[in-house]
Structures are given as structure tokens and as C-alpha cells.
Design a protein around this ligand. Structure first.
Ligand SMILES: Nc1ncnc2c1ncn2[C@@H]1O[C@H](COP(=O)(O)OP(=O)(O)O)[C@@H](O)[C@H]1O
Ligand SMILES: [Mg+2]
Length: 312
């Protein structure tokens, strides 16, 4: 007789892709929904999670009615996470409705986030795509840090670019906090304030600072570069605007010692809001456009970076 444990194939954990941005309205919901739809069209089992605490609207991007069953049921311990995973009209795609009753504020503790993450990793799916919402709140950064793949969305407007840099600074500091003593981190905060006020005697470099001061894990930036933030420039209207990703990547390297990956540019397309108005995702309404192709390339590149190069 074959021992039972040989027959039990361990199910791999889902790969979690987090989508965030420094500024609101830059296309997180559109991009997270489109990535989830594209992965599902490739035959993967996908769960889209709406974790935008400032107002969930992934259901609108999916073209479905908001469900009564939402993350509130989970965080108020009425349901397990698995029980609030809902079907969508699209094969292989399920979703978790976010908080859409924003009149009742959401108070989450660190323990809530830990529990959420542990249950998320047990969901039966190949990919989980989280629309994380905007900004650099603690819980938001905590979740973003844990994601297997981290996508940061910006658009080519100065307001968005500036807030993207602010997000990256918060991300770096938040990861440094996890890799330093409280004293060392507290001192760094003062130095950064002086840096912002331009009163340091010489330009600030995170790497030099880590090298010359005790209390930090020195190879912090090497660790971050192994699984870099992937920047997506959305609503691009010209090839020049698509170049923005390269410049932002260089700026991050020069001023923050941080290696980002410029993942791709996504075109501005009027079909996006027209499809929204018709309550149908644009990738479903118009599956064979350059826009759909951009999401397909993005997902294929992420799943198997060698495959596209082989075709080209
Ligand atoms: N590539 C794009 N082309 C055209 N319109 C877009 C594009 N991306 C987003 N939009 C529009 O911009 C608006 C904000 O997008 P949304 O995804 O809700 O942003 P966020 O989730 O970051 O707040 C939506 O009305 C959406 O239709
Ligand atoms: Mg949104």
C-alpha cells in the first residue's frame, strides 16, 4: 500500500501581486482589475481583493454589483476569508468585495493584518491580485511589503510623480524600520528631516548612512533589489511620456540607492471610461486592442520573463 502522504500533493501557496500608488485616481483599480482578468484569461485561477480602505470600487471596474458580503464580515470575525470569496461572471476569476460602507470607519490592528495575510496565503488560487489603495499608511505599507510582486502605479502628471517619490521614501523608511534598532531608526528620522530642509553638509545617501552608522542591517538595499518594486506608468499619451519610467528609475537609484524595475507603460485609451460606463471591463468589451496586448505582455513577462524574449 502507498503511504498516504505520498498521495497528498501539497498545494502551492498563491502568488500575491499588490497594486498601489502614491496618488489616488492614477488607475490602480483599472490596472489591478485588468491584470486579474488577463491572468484569468491565461487560464490561471485568480482572486482579486479590493483592499482600498478609502472606498472600494473594484466591483465597478469588474462591472458587477457591490456585494453585501465584504471584508467587513471578515474583519468583524463573522466569516473566514475563504467564505467571502465571490464568483464573477468571468471564468477563473473570483473577487473579495472591499469595504464599501465607508460611513463606518475601519480600525485594523497589526494582528488583523497578520491574520489577514496568513489566511490570504491559504486561499485556493494561483494568483491573488490586491488593489491596495493609495498612500503610505502603516497597514497599507505592511501589506505592500509582504506582496510577492509589488506594482507601483504612477501617471505622467507632476502631482502623481511627486507623490510616487513620497511613497517610495515611505516604503524605504518602513522597510528600514524593520531592519534597524529603534535608536538607530529614530536618529535617521532626524537626519532625513535635515536632508529635506537641505541643511546637511553633504548630499544624503542611504547606503553611505547605513555603512557609517550602527544599528542597521547593512545589505538592506541589496535585499530590496532582489524583489524590486515594479513601476507602471499609466495613461500614457505619447512615447515621451512612456520614457518617464526610465527617468524615475534613474532618480530612485541616484537619490535613494534603490533599484526599481520599470515594468511597462499603459496607454491612455478613451475606451476605458466608455467601457466602465457600459459596466463591462474594457478587456472584455475589446479583447484584441493594443491596450489588451499591453496587459498580456505584462502578465506573460511576469510569469515567465524568458518566454517573450524567445518570441522576439
Ligand atoms: N489607461 C487609461 N486610459 C483611460 N482612462 C483611464 C486609464 N486608467 C484609468 N483611467 C480612468 O481614470 C479613472 C481613475 O482610475 P482608477 O483605476 O479608479 O484609479 P485609482 O484606483 O488609482 O483611484 C477612472 O475613471 C478610469 O476609467
Ligand atoms: Mg481605486
Amino acid at each position: 500500500m502507498v503511504p498516504e502522504n505520498i498521495l497528498t500533493v501539497e498545494k502551492a501557496e498563491p502568488c500575491v501581486w499588490g497594486v498601489s500608488s502614491g496618488k489616488g485616481g492614477v488607475g490602480k483599480t483599472f490596472i489591478s482589475t485588468s491584470i486579474a482578468l488577463t491572468l484569468s484569461k491565461l487560464g490561471h485561477n485568480v482572486v482579486l481583493v479590493d483592499f482600498d480602505l478609502t472606498g472600494a470600487n473594484s466591483h465597478t471596474a469588474l462591472g458587477v454589483d457591490p456585494s453585501h458580503m465584504s471584508l467587513r464580515h471578515y474583519f468583524e470575525s463573522q466569516k473566514s476569508l475563504n467564505e467571502i470569496v465571490l464568483n464573477t461572471p468571468y471564468p477563473h476569476l473570483q473577487y473579495v468585495q472591499g469595504f464599501w460602507d465607508s460611513w463606518s470607519p475601519v480600525q485594523l490592528s497589526n494582528a488583523d493584518i497578520d491574520r489577514f495575510w496568513n489566511e490570504l496565503k491559504k486561499i485556493n488560487a494561483d494568483y491573488i491580485v490586491i488593489d491596495l489603495g493609495t498612500g503610505s499608511y502603516q497597514h497599507h505599507l505592511d501589506l505592500f511589503k509582504r506582496c510577492d510582486e509589488k506594482f507601483l502605479i504612477t501617471n505622467p502628471e507632476p502631482t502623481s510623480i511627486e507623490k510616487t517619490y513620497r511613497f517610495i521614501e515611505s516604503f524605504i523608511c518602513s522597510t528600514l524600520k524593520d531592519n534597524s534598532t529603534a535608536d538607530a531608526f529614530g536618529k535617521l528620522m532626524y537626519v532625513l528631516r535635515d536632508h529635506r530642509q537641505r541643511i546637511l553638509p553633504q548630499p544624503f545617501s542611504f547606503k553611505k548612512y547605513l555603512l557609517n552608522n550602527d544599528g542597521f542591517v547593512f545589505d538592506h538595499f541589496e535585499q530590496l533589489s532582489k524583489n524590486p518594486i515594479r513601476m507602471i506608468v499609466n495613461s500614457v499619451r505619447s512615447p515621451q511620456q512612456a520614457e518617464l519610467g526610465h527617468s524615475m528609475r534613474s532618480v530612485c537609484y541616484k537619490y535613494y540607492d534603490l533599484s526599481l524595475e520599470y515594468c511597462c507603460a499603459i496607454d491612455f485609451d478613451n475606451a476605458v471610461w466608455q467601457a466602465l460606463r457600459n459596466r463591462e471591463p474594457v478587456l472584455i468589451a475589446q479583447p484584441f486592442t493594443p491596450l489588451s496586448g499591453q496587459f498580456l505582455s505584462l502578465c506573460k513577462h511576469m510569469i515567465d520573463p524568458g518566454e517573450l524574449r524567445a518570441v522576439v
